[in-house]
Every structure is written in structure tokens, then in C-alpha cells.
Ligand binder design. Sequence first.
Ligand SMILES: N[C@@H](CCC(=O)N[C@@H](CS)C(=O)NCC(=O)O)C(=O)O
Length: 227
Amino acid sequence: MTLKLISFELCPFVQRSVITLLEKRMEYEITYLTMQELKNPPQWFRDISPFGKVPVLRVGDVTLFESAVIMEYIDEIQAPSLHPTDPLQRALNRAWMKFGEELLMSQYRYATAADEATSKQNRQEIESGLSRLETILGDGPLFNGSEFSLIDASYAPLFMRLEILEGRHSTGLYDNKPRVARWAAALRQRDTVKNSVIAGLAGKYIDYIAHASDYAGKLFANTEPAR
Ligand SMILES: N[C@@H](CCC(=O)N[C@@H](CS)C(=O)NCC(=O)O)C(=O)O
């Protein structure tokens, strides 16, 4: 049965599912909603998506939602597992995956902030989060060492977007965080991560940000405020 993923081309949560599918070398179909369709979902999407968010994964007539759950499902149906075998390590990986979701939300708010205070607050949240990760990471290069794990798929979209943002407006996010910086670099260089996004992601992402708010447009896209 072919798995069917519903996506929005810039969505980091969908990207986590795609990386997992690519790591597992599984066949899948992907359908993209436009930004307008994500804001105002067409009836066919309303019919299958319980909360109108992407990703959803169609498995026959069943709809799975929530990216972490989709990743776990994909991991369970195709061996070998990308989770550590030790239950305690697996639980810890899941806990830090949850932490990564919060960081992804801070990153989104930072990228689209409408004013300086919101921007600074969310940048600070990201920096604190990365500092926290620095204290728990080992010798790497990946989260659990040399083996790629589900948690790596989970964080790669965050690091890819931070790279784009820092490239446009450098704030030294990785300063004094060599372990996080090494982890982020290893993930960005991985083929499954590179192949998990649409062509021209950086440009389209910056374009999206520029339309999200005048402040963010000025910060990351060097555009003048509208009016
Ligand atoms: N917790 C969800 C978050 C998914 C999410 O927020 N997706 C965004 C696109 S990146 C979305 O569908 N937004 C539309 C909306 O919130 O109505 C997950 O991990 O799957």
C-alpha cells in the first residue's frame, strides 16, 4: 500500500516525515497544498484532516496526523528501527524530540516576528534551547553518535531553517556551542536531508517570511516595509 503524504512545501513538520521515509527507502506519494489552501483548506482536505494541519499521512482510508506520530509509525512498519534499542535511551530520545518541537515553534515565531521585541524574545528562546542541547550532546556527530536516528530527522528541519536565517541576518546563534554546530552541520550535509525539501527552498522561505511581516522582511530579506 502506497503511503500518501499531504504537505505544504515549506513545512518543517512535513519535512521530518519525508526524511524518515527517505532514510527507510520507502515509496510514497506527496501532494502539496498551496499557502492559500493551507489557510482556507479545500473540501477534500477538510474531509481527511482532523485539524486542517499538515502533515497528514494517508494509510489506506486512515489518516495519521502529528509529525512525531507519523515518524514513529513509519519507523515501526519498516525495519531496522531508527530509535535506540535501549528503552531508557529511546524514551530520552522521545523527550528531546518533544523539546525540538517547541524550538521549531520558537524558530517560526522568530522568522515571522512582527516587531523587534517578539523577534528578540524568540531568538533568545532558540539560543537557550541550543545551549541546553549543548550540555547533553555527546561526541556526535549525530545525536546518538554515528548512527542516524529518528531524533536526527526530527531536528534537521530546524537546523536547515536556522542556517537560512543566520545566512541572512547573522546573530551568532551557534557561538560557544560546538557540539550543536557539529550536529547541525552533519545533518545539513546528509543526502536524505538535502533531498527532503523542494528545489529553491531558501529563496521561497525568505519570500514567505518577507510576506509574513514588514519587520521580518526587513530583517531577513532586506525588503522595505510595504506602504
Ligand atoms: N504539531 C504539528 C504541527 C503541524 C503544523 O503546525 N503544520 C503547519 C504547517 S508547517 C500547518 O498545518 N498550519 C496550518 C494551520 O495551523 O492551520 C505536527 O507536528 O504535525
